[in-house]
Design a protein around this ligand. Structure first.
Ligand code: UDP
Length: 327
């Protein structure tokens, strides 16, 4: 019988890509999502349960019914600016609800946890590319909520033996190469989907947040990683834990940085459309450069990104944005 894996937040952007890959690799994804920020159309693989993760009884029932040993936890709020403006819901959703999930897992003796962490736990980098042992000093509430969970996981392992993998994403981007699912946030705040909306003509221009950073062209440099490559890392982390591997933290990035202007230029090439730019002030909480070293997961789990090029990332996203979500 296929191993059932609980995909918390599996109707969201990254979770839905992980659910698809899990199904392709012979696992049975059990998606639990309250559809607050996820989409019913994105939960296409395995079993879908509409429930809130804060509902301990519902989660307990799913864990027991499907004999869940492993949980992938994607459900979180993930906007830096929003977390600064209104941190309460971030601590409630990202920390308190995750705690409830972990306690319920402990009650039913579910064993493995794969956590969507973030490069935002590092804060302002002391060196790039950032390795996993870089100090973690987040500079915004979003990053702090993710770091608290990493610390909670270390304590849960020491006390109860729950094993985990923390996957620290750099900038998730792109869409399913088959075009079945993709990014659909509301409101959208991420650079690549916004740039593509400008290319489509549904927005007049893209605001470039800060042109006076200490970078070659003055705009922020980020490490964009294809969402299907993120999904692949989750499956490898799952197999690692199921085969007796130890708790680990892994960065997930391509190790190459692109500036905001470079992303816009590449999007002009990929789409063949005009993309007007408006130079704007810096966005609060944005470090100048975030580029990760993913050497650890490459050497320990054999992860190799299949879609490392910014052109491919943009092409898959463009394909998705042009066609739009189903319905
Ligand atoms: N950015 C921008 N204009 C936008 C949205 C984002 O210049 O309308 C910049 C942002 O300042 C950052 C980079 O693009 O340097 C990536 O931002 P995004 O919100 O996509 O991801 P984040 O780095 O916040 O996870």
């Amino acid at each position: 019988m296929a191993e059932s894996v609980l995909v918390a937040g599996g109707a969201g952007y990254i979770g839905s890509h992980a659910a698809k890959l899990l199904a392709q690799r012979g696992f049975h994804p059990v998606v639990v999502d309250n559809l607050e920020r996820g989409h019913r159309w994105a939960a296409r693989w395995g079993t879908f349960v509409e429930a809130d993760l804060a509902d301990r009884e519902a989660v307990r029932a799913v864990l027991l019914e499907h004999r869940i040993r492993a949980v992938m936890h994607f459900a979180a709020y993930a906007y830096v600016a929003e977390s600064v403006r209104d941190p309460g819901p971030y601590y409630r959703n990202n920390v308190a609800t995750t705690l409830a999930l972990l306690e319920t897992m402990k009650e039913v003796e579910s064993e493995f946890f794969i956590f969507s962490s973030t490069c935002a736990t590092y804060g302002e980098p002391e060196r790039v590319p950032i390795p996993e042992d870089h100090p973690q000093r987040p500079i915004n509430p979003y990053g702090r909520t993710k770091l608290v969970v990493e610390q909670m996981l270390a304590d849960f392992e020491a006390a109860y033996g729950l094993r985990h993998v923390n996957l620290r994403y750099f900038n998730a981007a792109g869409a399913d190469p088959d075009g079945e699912i993709g990014e659909a946030h509301d409101p959208e705040t991420h650079l690549i989907p916004l740039v593509l909306e400008v290319a489509l003509g549904t927005r007049p221009h893209i605001a470039v947040f800060g042109t006076d950073y200490p970078t070659p062209d003055g705009t922020c440099v980020r490490d964009y990683i294809h969402v299907t490559d993120l999904a692949e890392a989750h499956v490898l982390a799952l197999e690692h834990l199921l085969s007796g591997g130890q708790s680990r933290a892994y960065n997930l990035g391509n190790g190459t940085g692109y500036s905001v202007r470079q992303v816009i230029d590449e999007a002009r090439k990929v789409t063949g459309r005009e993309i007007p730019v408006l130079e704007a002030r810096r966005r609060w909480g944005d470090p100048a450069v975030l580029v990760g070293s993913s050497d650890r997961i490459r050497s320990e789990l054999g992860w190799t990104p299949r879609y490392p090029g910014l052109d491919t990332i943009l092409e898959t996203a463009w394909n998705w944005h042009r066609n739009g979500p189903p319905g």
